[in-house]
Design a protein around this ligand. Structure first.
Ligand SMILES: [Zn+2]
Length: 307
């Protein structure tokens, strides 16, 4: 290459702003999903062996990433009775936190449910998208934030028994490890790894409109289509997702929430919701976008709320 062209090339290279650097490790994200949705975990049904194994997997990583414990444990055990199933269950949420550098007394709860449907008629419902995907992102964000401390404290909540009626989230809010008034926001992830239209939904900004503009702005830099809706203040073409996952329990306590997720697909609640069917590029971009949203809100929360 002639030197002038070479010099020009470097000028262009230096003057072009670099795209946002990926912060999450793609290999780790995918490895978490692949592991948790493998047959060994037997569909992670509450109280069954595969679910207990998934809980061990989570708390081991919480420990590795240096998350702090409430009451000297990551486990929050609870009992509940399902009238629908006509039986009692023992559930276990896996909870850890990182202390905020500027507002340690204010908490953001980042959540994803780790239970799924288990086995039925010889089929294992592996729940790769629902919701090993959300849990993988939760873990990878815990690792990242452990190295880049947030300004507000962040509670990492892997909820159990979501599939049995949001029971883990229900218990967490009934017996919260910190006063409910100190929880400023719930960010919930449930099914974030695939959509053929490359579309990721955000629910919750309709109830707290101050959240919409910053997320819309961040969405412009995201390769995915970021859509708002599926909530009462602004019904879209289909159903209302306000109570569709654990964020609904935060909403009932008047805590602002943001739910990130995709529309149902053909493998939703089927034994075919397998790792091979997730879309790795979509998943990685979705997780990056959610982390960027979380970082932005952590950085600007006080100004946003004041407006
Ligand atoms: Zn789910």
């Amino acid at each position: 290459m002639e030197w002038k062209i070479l010099a020009l090339f470097f000028c262009i290279l230096l003057s072009t702003p670099l795209p946002a650097q990926p912060q999450l490790l793609a290999d780790s994200l995918l490895a978490h999903v692949q592991t948790l949705s493998s047959d060994k975990y037997e569909g992670r049904r509450t109280q069954e062996a595969g679910n207990l194994l998934a809980g061990e997997y989570l708390l081991q990583r919480f420990e590795n990433f240096g998350l702090e414990q409430f009451d000297s444990t990551y486990l929050q055990s609870f009992h509940f009775y399902s009238r629908w199933q006509k039986q009692g269950y023992e559930g276990r949420n896996v909870i850890g936190y990182l202390k905020g550098t500027e507002y340690p007394e204010k908490y953001i709860v980042l959540s994803a449910h780790y239970d799924h449907l288990g086995k039925r008629d010889g089929d294992i419902y592996n729940g790769a998208d629902d919701n090993a995907s959300g849990v993988g992102a939760l873990l990878e964000m815990a690792r990242y934030l452990g190295q880049h401390p947030p300004r507000h404290s962040i509670i990492f909540a892997a909820f159990d028994a979501e599939e049995l009626g949001l029971r883990g989230a229900d218990h967490f809010l009934d017996e919260p490890p910190v006063p409910l008034d100190n929880i400023i926001l719930n960010v919930n992830m449930d099914m974030i790894s695939r959509n053929t239209r490359q579309e990721l939904y955000i629910v919750g900004a309709g109830y707290n409109p101050f959240l919409r503009a910053p997320l819309e702005k961040l969405g412009e830099d995201c390769p995915l289509t970021i859509s708002f809706g599926h909530e009462s203040p602004e019904p879209t073409r289909s159903d209302d997702w306000t109570m569709a996952s654990d964020h609904g329990k935060f909403h009932q306590k008047n805590i602002p929430f943001l739910y990130f997720g995709v529309e149902d697909h053909e493998d939703y609640h089927q034994p075919t919701d397998d790792f091979e069917r997730i879309l790795p590029a979509f998943y990685i971009q979705a997780a990056e976008f959610i982390l960027n949203s979380l970082l932005h809100l952590d950085e600007h929360w006080e100004q946003l709320v004041r407006r």
